[in-house]
Design a binder for this molecule. Sequence first.
Ligand SMILES: [Fe+2]
Ligand SMILES: [Zn+2]
Length: 494
Amino acid sequence: MTLQMAQLPLTKLYRPNLALCGPSLTRRYTSLLSSKLNRTSIFRTSSYTHARPLHSAPAWASAAAVLKRKYENAPLPPTSESPNTQEVQPVPLEHLPISRIDERKVVIGFDTEDWARFHHVWLRDHCRCPQCFHPVTKQRLFNTFDIPPDIKPTKVESKSTGLEVLWPSSHPHTSFYPWSWLKQHSYDPPLPQYQLPAPEKILWGSRIEQFPPTVAYEDVMGGDDRGLYKWLSNVEKFGFSFVTGVPPTPEATEELSTRIGFIRETHYGKFWDFTSDLAKGDTAYTTLALGAHTDNTYFTDPCGLQLFHLLSHTDGTGGQTLLIDGFYVASLLKELHPSAYDILSRVPVPAHAAGDPGCVYTTKQYPVLSHTGRDGKLTQVRWNNDDRSTMSHLSASEVEEWYDAIRVWNKHLTSPDSEYWVQLSPGTAVVVDNHRVLHGRSAFDGKRRMCGAYIGIDEYRSKLAVLKERFEAQANGDVVSTDAGGRSVWSPYL
Ligand SMILES: [Fe+2]
Ligand SMILES: [Zn+2]
């Protein structure tokens, strides 16, 4: 059954429900301050390199042919003329959304409160039929630039599983979009109550010592990946997590690291196994205390996760580990010293790693607090006062202001309210989100053997996203994945 709504005046029907709020605002355990933090980006790739034009173009045609050969045995979903309704939750007929074609947009009334419009060109560009979007590689096959700017559907029809759109062409083309996917990706206006909830972030201070996020090694290494999911979810929420019961060997620790993803090789090596012998030109390789810092401030892309594990400490004491939630301290700064927050968000801090004759890494363009996205929320803390380079780029009027700002930042960072000190022992590894949580240590004597690794932020996000797909199928019928053919073309990540 199709309900046409051409006669209904949109201005009367469109009543955005301002009383509804996003799920992130209703979460019980998220602190007030954490609501200011953004949702974590997901690992995504975009590629237009395999686009297939509607007219002949030898290079693209050959790319499409290669893909076809490579995946010719892969199961293809039904064509857009008969959408795969097994993947999509049907809507009862009495709740069927209504749809109509406007001059530049398709207007959809999901219910009396929720209306959204989608530009014709946007809909055509997002066709996910097997001719337009490869069902295995999840890459666009269709050439966006073949879409006439004034394209307009000849017909739209509300089906129980989604919207069907017929496009004019010498070869008429039918597109299909599940209702849940349209709601999730609505932009005119956004319908936040249908969009994926922002990841829960729990900001913490020193009292985290009462309930430090911890998982057991045997759970993390378990074949069903649930322990791994718990571990990475801890990292997403708290910015760090312990793993207990790890065999105190480099081999077991390396295996633990690779549960998350590829180890990132740097000038410190790939998997580290080191002691205080200054084997590398960095204070980490001494017995000196290390103030709270993030690693790799001198890289364009500082490592995402850092895993470390104390394998042994003999003939001495000290060497407590320090962890500080940089997002928590930043939120304090924003509330109490907004001008300092602004300066730390604005002024780039040059940094270097130059202790080894064979390398010199430098960056000059990144501030202490980085914000990305349209919402401008905090996404990364970079802070290592020891690695800071010459500050010759400030104007004369900015110098004292900047030193005042880092002084107040350092005051909150080193406050007993912020610092979480823990004495690690062999068998307990910790993984830290180096974009959020700062780490340090007290001085020690005797001989300590540490091992560990860096893991890229994209590897971590990808693994977490895959585990979310598996363990958190959307309760509202959204398409997340299909087991048989891999990820659905309607996955919210695409
Ligand atoms: Fe470090
Ligand atoms: Zn198509």
